[in-house]
Ligand binder design. Structure first.
Ligand code: NAP
Length: 248
């Protein structure tokens, strides 16, 4: 069992899906958790209530991760209310399917902004309190799309591949401060993001997954928690897929 007692974690996009699963698992391991959301305050509060009911500590923190001032204020709030910050999971992300030739530049910017610029802004803001404690864990939620490229998702694939560059650069830069930076690349995980996949595509994808099932948020959360543990202290700059073997 991983023990994260006395650690403080911030998970972006934790009101739903994978982020929610990660927040619950970090709290179960003993961390105090800040549950970030953009719009759905009720969902974020429900995650906090679930954590509190299980004996853990959590606060909901609103911020659009693409807004530098909002992100800085959020990190300040987390440090003030939870007493520090040692773990950052850059999980917030969106999709907006479109073929490349029809993709609007605004859609490109929005998707890249949330996944990639958002991770940069949150990392930049969170590193200072981590340096103070001379300990930190940053986990970036990439995607198999960033490794393979995904149909109708040029922006998303580019942002998720960009996250891998950010992961490696940050890992090099922050290693001397006791901060590790790694990326997780989920395959197809059952969340709101994948809920409207049509049957034909679902069947085609399933046939390519050796473990013959789609993932659930808990599959991803287990790896994230482990990367935040002392057992993973000598692992940095890496990308690990959680995809049932899809991308071997
Ligand atoms: P999801 O169910 O759609 O949830 C998205 C979360 O991100 C929500 O909590 C949402 O907050 C938050 N969010 C969106 N834009 C934001 C912004 N600008 N600022 C702050 N929070 C924002 O997504 P998911 O499937 O759990 O995906 C989570 C991450 O895993 C994403 O980065 C995604 O790209 C990645 N991923 C997912 C899969 C998959 O198959 N599901 C596969 C590979 C990678 P609100 O609730 O307030 O809107």
């Amino acid at each position: 069992m991983v023990d994260l007692t006395d650690r403080v974690a911030l998970v972006t996009g934790a009101s739903r899906g994978i982020g929610r699963g990660v927040a619950l698992a970090l709290a179960e391991a003993g961390a105090a958790v800040a549950v970030n959301y953009r719009e759905r305050a009720d969902a974020a509060e429900a995650v906090c209530s679930e954590i509190a009911a299980a004996g853990g500590q959590a606060i909901a923190v609103q911020a659009d991760v693409t807004d530098a001032d909002a992100v800085a204020a959020m990190v300040k709030q987390v440090v003030a209310e939870l007493g520090g910050l040692g773990i950052l999971v850059n999980n917030a992300g969106i999709i907006a399917d479109a073929y490349l030739t029809f993709m609007k530049p605004e859609a490109w910017r929005e998707v890249v902004d949330v996944s990639l610029t958002g991770a940069f802004l949150c990392t930049k803001a969170a590193v200072r309190p981590m340096m103070k404690g001379r300990w930190g864990r940053i986990v970036n939620m990439s995607s198999d799309a960033g490794l393979m490229g995904d149909l109708m998702r040029a922006h998303y694939s580019a942002a998720k591949a960009g996250l891998l560059g950010l992961t490696k650069a940050a890992a090099r830069e922050l290693a001397g401060q006791g901060i590790t930076v790694n990326a997780v690349a989920p395959g197809i995980i059952e969340t709101d993001m994948t809920a409207d996949m049509d049957d034909k595509r679902a069947e085609a994808m399933m046939s390519m997954i050796p473990l013959r099932r789609f993932g659930v948020p808990e599959d991803v959360a287990g790896l994230v928690v482990w990367l935040c543990s002392d057992a993973a202290a000598y692992i940095t700059g890496q990308t690990i897929s959680v995809d049932g073997g899809l991308r071997m």
